[in-house]
Design a binder for this molecule. Structure first.
Ligand SMILES: NC(=O)c1ccc[n+]([C@@H]2O[C@H](COP(=O)([O-])OP(=O)(O)OC[C@H]3O[C@@H](n4cnc5c(N)ncnc54)[C@H](O)[C@@H]3O)[C@@H](O)[C@H]2O)c1
Length: 290
């Protein structure tokens, strides 16, 4: 993208973490910023922070997993600004646990937000991006979309899916002579955000049902689970500043780069996975785990 000033940037999950930082970074470059999030108060707070850059903003309470809600976000953006140049499909949730202990509602919630959120973004925003003189779409995946982290089955599945969708879109846009849409995928390692408390946004109808006591022996003891959660929260706290990650994304948009990896230390694990695949050897667990 040649210039950012007065471009219209839409960011999902803009109420917190990486999305909030992306909104601030876009505002800092003079974009008009549309903030979307399912949580009303953090969304309002983020909008107030973005307004300090003296740019035009629009905040829309949005559930990315819901098709009507995402269609309404696109409509509201067009009604207000008339065009869309940048889409950051960023909203996401993480839920941990071994695959043998997952319930269908665990899979459904994570897939609804992380995978359908991106699909809805492309469905309703791509037609507008294609009309712009230049445009860019970036979706937030994870290093968990490049190698599989034990204990994060549903999350890994969605993030591999996001990488696959964005890679496919990159090829398709590159082949389409009439397209001015550039494509990136963000694959962060640990970033200091609120993702450890993602359950705060879990809809009531997708909450876990208590397993019958006969199966409780297969589940981790509550103490183990809370220790694990505390360890994840501590690791996230020591993670990268979201503002640094947002700057990398904006640089990639300016330079039309596809891959945005905020943590180069993960390249070794990515190469390791590819090497075992190339050798048709059984996979090794990654060296760096959440
Ligand atoms: N933090 C990390 O270490 C890390 C690492 C790799 C990838 N990611 C990815 O980064 C993205 C942003 O997460 P974050 O770390 O900033 O977490 P965060 O919890 O701080 O922010 C996520 C935001 O998404 C919003 N959200 C949740 N469900 C939503 C829904 N259904 N519709 C709309 N908004 C919704 C939340 O309200 C929140 O504001 C996610 O896709 C996540 O998977 C994060």
């Amino acid at each position: 993208m040649e210039r950012f000033r007065d471009r219209v940037a839409v960011i999902t999950g803009a109420g917190s973490g990486i999305g909030r930082a992306l909104a601030l970074a876009c505002a800092g470059r003079g974009c008009k910023v549309v903030l979307a999030d399912v949580e009303a108060q953090p969304l309002a707070d983020a909008e107030a922070a973005v307004k300090a850059f003296d740019i035009e903003t629009l905040a829309v309470k949005t559930d990315v997993g819901n098709a009507e809600s995402m269609a309404a976000l696109a409509d509201a953006t067009i009604a207000r600004f008339g065009a869309i140049h940048i889409l950051c499909n960023n909203a996401g949730v993480g839920g941990g646990g071994l695959i043998k202990n997952q319930q269908l509602v665990d899979w459904k919630w994570v897939i609804d937000v992380n995978l359908w959120g991106v699909i809805h973004g492309l469905q309703y925003f791509l037609p507008h991006l294609l009309k712009a003189d230049e445009a860019h779409v970036v979706s937030t995946a994870s290093v968990a979309g490049l190698y599989s982290l034990p204990g994060l089955g549903p999350y890994n599945a969605t993030k591999y899916g996001v990488v696959a969708i964005m890679e496919t879109l990159y090829f398709e846009m590159a082949e389409d002579a009439s397209s001015n849409v550039d494509v990136s995928v963000l694959c962060p390692g640990l970033v200091n955000t609120n993702i450890a408390s993602a359950q705060r946004n879990r809809p009531e109808h997708l909450r876990r049902v208590r397993a019958p006591s006969s199966r409780d022996k297969d589940r981790p003891a509550a103490g183990d689970a809370s220790k694990r959660n505390a360890a994840i929260a501590a690791a996230l706290e020591a993670g990268k500043d979201p503002a640094e990650v947002a700057e990398l994304v904006l640089e990639a948009i300016a330079e039309r780069r596809f891959w945005v990896l905020s943590h180069p230390e993960h390249l070794e694990d990515i190469r390791g996975r590819n090497d075992t695949l190339h050798a048709l050897a059984n996979p090794d667990p990654p060296r760096v785990i959440f």
